[in-house]
Design a protein around this ligand. Sequence first.
Ligand SMILES: [Zn+2]
Length: 484
Amino acid sequence: MRKINALQKITLLIFALIIYSSCNNPKTTSQIVFENLQKEYGFSETLKKFRVKYKSISPFSHQSYDYKHPEDPINGYNTSTTEIDLENEQFYSHNKGFYPGEFLFEFFHFQKDSLVISYDVNGVLIGKQVEVGEDTFSNVKKRATSFLDFTNVSDLLTYQKQGDSIETILSKEKNEAVIKHMDKDSSINIYTFKMNPTQLLSIESKAKNTKTVFSNYKDVNGISFAHSVDVYRSDNLQRQYVIEELNKITKVDPNKLVIPEGYIVPNKEKVQEQSKVIEIAKNLYLITTPDGGRNMLFKVTDKSITVFGAPISDKVSKNVISLIEDKFPNKNIDYVYVTHSHHDHIGGLNAYAQQNVTILADSYTIEAIKAYPRFEKDINKFKFSPIRHNQILNDVQFFIPKNSHSLGQSFAYFTDSQIIYEGDFLEVPFDNTIPTYMSKVEKEFVEFVRKEKLKIKRIVGNHRNANISLETMNAYYDSNTTKK
Ligand SMILES: [Zn+2]
């Protein structure tokens, strides 16, 4: 046998060392997966300025025209165009929310220093007032991009590079990789990827009990991204996004980062006032929530009290109940009236039900309240008394007009004071400026009260404005129907 020389010995030794070291230090699963991620999603680390247009839908029974058919397109959707510059921390987003009855709430939001400026395009909700809020860009970014697979993966690549706690499991049979990331506050997010090609399939957040599912990957303008994104909470579908356009930009359009003429920036922050009881007519009182967002009325008769409106939460109702009890300690609240079964108008009913107060509403609304998932546990404590169209009860006349906002929806007319209490029949902002858009249901309402020849001194909206005059209502209707 031929002897090997020194050079051959060294070569063999090196070769053996390479084999030895590669056997003992194979690439970890995490390295393999992150190399793939870097290859497929590396582009996201340089894609810092883009415009995204999307549509989102949140089917929700108790925000629908008919609670039994939340999937019906008449229930509306949201659209948004956002331009964002992640490098220079600038953004604007132009959002439109469509709701049953053809309500349209259209807003612009943009960042200026550490402030987020919002204005109402048609002045439907906040009129000509500009809203100024403080917010961090990281929050803004989260809201504006949470449904984009590549911004989520870009964040994940950053977490890995900064050495966060990450666990990676590769399932060859499923051709999937699962990455668990624990963030600063110990909440765990689980990313599931399909491998070859690497695509994000879902992100599960244990803390929020949500799962975001990414699908319908397509290549547009050289960027491959998921065009459909579904968000589930506790396994229920909460929101569906359809991404319609995604374009690289060189900068956020500077024309969109200014407040248009005619808007007023408040010079001080709104002071939150305590709720108080204000008598607006004989035996009729108004209570407004501290933020001014919601209005309730109550009517006092010999022995009994009827409350109008039970919005949002039991907390709001409990505050109303205690204000009434303080003012009229010897009287009982016997009835609470709600206009329709949308979640934000019935959210405070349980507090009344617990006190044995009877709920007044039209029969469709009663049926929908009985089916509201949040009341399931306590529904046997709820007492109802259905109202009929044109019925008069203690000088209050109830009307249930056919309308396009909710299959059953009524308003109350106080015959002696000629005041109307309504919810989602008329949206006039606080400053009584005339909105440049009027929904179908508002037109239906105005036409109805005109047809009924109701004498109106004041309209109290459940939302915001508690003092809409007949003149304002007419000006709103006329300016949105005679033009064009
Ligand atoms: Zn509504």
